[in-house]
Design a protein around this ligand. Structure first.
Ligand SMILES: NC(=O)c1ccc[n+]([C@@H]2O[C@H](COP(=O)([O-])OP(=O)(O)OC[C@H]3O[C@@H](n4cnc5c(N)ncnc54)[C@H](OP(=O)(O)O)[C@@H]3O)[C@@H](O)[C@H]2O)c1
Length: 295
């Protein structure tokens, strides 16, 4: 949908990228920034810059706010309750789940339709449809804003709880670090023979990339097991995982690679086996990752 009206509050690196993507998609884009003079490139492309945030909010039914932090958002929004009433506010400023619920509470109190969101990209990636944006809040509000937000990437509604995008963001970053650290462990293990002797990281990664298809299939298989609380081990039980982890730990020691990661795997798996779950699948470990789970 072209020609939607959208306002962007905040023209830092991210806000400027957001406004630029809305312009690229053909939307009538209004911008405001606390410090004037940052909209030059955007106004040259057709954006309208207004001197106050209240005027900018009144120019569109949909306002996107992206400031340095949530304290800045609270300060900027405090005088905007009246112009925002009956309009939609999308907050793309990074923050905690508590921040998200506070902002949602403020919006509800003032009759503002509210979505909290996270962009899983840097400013350079804004506008690329391959990048996810996650939103939480009222479904009808999301559905109404969806086509306009699609200018920024691929918008996904993760639930009505406005705290969810922030939790997803943190969980996904944790998964990224877990995956990248596992990959680095593999690179170090394969290439540990040093220059000239080992396999290059590039060669290893070509194989590792294909292996991720298998890892993805395991995730797809295990998620319903976790949801149902049933963990049939099939052909790949925790006993089998455990013996393979022992080989990984041994190989790491032999090849001068830190053993912290294999030890973590072994510790979790060992506890699950000791609790009688050796014939279960790897998904059973979710219970042992939780604080307050089985000892
Ligand atoms: N950059 C990234 O790679 C990236 C990626 C994902 C998420 N984010 C998130 O996006 C948000 C914005 O990041 P950014 O990189 O655009 O930051 P930035 O370049 O530092 O810009 C900060 C913006 O906040 C405004 N601001 C600060 N305090 C304010 C206040 N009290 N009232 C009104 N405006 C205020 C600044 O206005 P002035 O120009 O007047 O100072 C500026 O427009 C952050 O929450 C960040 O975590 C950024």
């Amino acid at each position: 949908m072209r020609n939607a009206e959208v306002t962007v509050l905040g023209l830092g690196a991210m806000g400027t990228a957001l406004a630029g993507a809305f312009l690229t998609a053909g939307h009538r884009t209004t911008v405001w920034n606390r410090t004037p003079g940052r909209a030059g490139g955007l106004t040259a492309r057709g954006a309208m810059e207004l001197p106050t945030a209240a005027e900018a909010v009144r120019a569109s039914g949909l306002t996107v706010v992206c400031l340095a932090d949530q304290e800045a958002v609270r300060q900027a929004l405090a005088p905007l309750a009246e112009p925002l009433a009956g309009r939609t506010l999308v907050n793309l400023t990074s923050g905690s789940p508590i921040d998200a619920r506070q902002s949602a509470g403020w919006a509800e109190q003032h009759g503002v339709h509210y979505l909290d969101g996270v962009l899983l990209t840097t400013p350079a990636g804004v506008g690329n449809p391959d990048f996810l944006q996650l939103y939480g809040g009222d479904r009808a509000t999301f559905d109404a804003a969806r086509d306009t937000l699609a200018a920024l990437g691929d918008p996904v509604h993760v639930g009505t709880d406005t705290a969810l995008p922030s939790v997803y963001d943190t969980a996904l970053l944790g998964q990224m670090w877990g995956t990248l650290t596992g990959w680095l462990h593999g690179v170090a293990l394969i290439g540990a023979e040093g220059p000239g002797g080992g396999v290059t990281a590039t060669a290893y990664t070509e194989v590792a990339d294909r292996w991720m298809t298998t890892v993805r299939a395991f995730m797809g298989q295990y998620a319903p097991q976790i949801d149902s609380g049933q963990y049939p081990g099939g052909e790949f039980t925790l006993h089998l995982h455990s013996s393979t982890m022992d080989i990984l730990a041994h190989a790491s020691e032999l090849r001068g690679v830190q053993s912290g990661l294999p030890q973590l795997f072994r510790e979790l798996t060992g506890r699950a086996i000791a609790a009688g779950h050796g014939e279960d699948s790897y998904a059973r470990l979710v219970e042992f990752i939780k604080v307050g789970g089985p000892a």
